[in-house]
Ligand binder design. Structure first.
Ligand code: SAM
Length: 209
């Protein structure tokens, strides 16, 4: 961590982080506006996109879950500097957070942007988007809630599509991949890759009733 990230962590985590706990927690209590839709982001990295989306969508509450402490330190600084009342952080493994802290049908949306690709075939089983995880996700989402995934790995994109096509309880209103949602800022990395056409895949699913 840089000195600033470390300082943010020490000074701001008690204010803007929700501590991990081994029992169900009403995450909406972490926000001044309890009744707003609750959106979870898994693996926000350095958090630039997370902060921009929270600022662009003040009508929703966002919880970013990340284990990478320099990124947490950085995003804590943004939350504080920008006064983002609708963004909080959990520093823990996201799968465990969903399984233990989040009650069924509590979430209105999930963002997974550029998850670790694990490009070697023998490591595919470490990828986040797997049938077991998608079943867990379905249980935590309210009917009508959305899942928004983005990846720059073609074969991971194909895997995501297949896993959600075969999972029960989801519909894909776009049938296949979708355009970038206008409220998700394009990263510099994406801008660079745009010339290579279809290198970025966006996928949008909705939980059925
Ligand atoms: C490739 S980075 C992408 C970061 C960011 N979403 C972006 O678009 O720049 C993937 C991030 O997911 C985080 N991550 C991976 N598995 C996780 C898990 N189970 N729980 C929380 N964070 C996770 C990693 O620490 C890493 O920061």
């Amino acid at each position: 961590m840089s000195p600033a990230q470390r300082r943010n962590f020490e000074e701001l985590a008690p204010r803007y982080c929700v501590p991990f706990q081994q029992s169900e927690t009403d995450l909406r209590l972490a926000f001044p506006h309890y009744d707003r839709p609750l959106i979870i982001e898994i693996g926000f990295g350095m958090g630039e996109t997370t902060a921009a989306i929270a600022a662009a969508r003040p009508e929703s509450n966002f919880v970013g879950i990340e284990v990478y402490r320099p990124g947490v330190g950085k995003l804590l600084g943004r939350i504080h500097a920008d006064g983002l009342e609708n963004l909080r952080i959990i520093v823990h493994d996201a799968v465990e957070v969903l399984a233990t802290m989040v009650a069924d049908e509590q979430i209105d949306g999930v963002h997974v942007f550029f998850p670790d690709p694990w490009p070697k075939k023998r490591h595919y089983k470490r990828r986040l988007i797997q049938p077991g995880f998608v079943n867990l996700l379905r249980a935590k989402l309210r009917p009508g809630a959305y899942v928004y995934l983005v990846t720059d790995w073609q074969d991971y994109a194909a895997q995501m599509l297949e896993v959600f096509e075969t999972a029960a309880g989801f519909r894909n209103p776009y049938r296949g991949f979708c355009p970038r949602q206008p409220w998700r800022p394009e990263t510099s990395f994406e801008r660079k890759g745009r010339s290579q056409a279809h290198s970025i895949h966006n996928l949008w699913l909705e939980r059925t009733e």
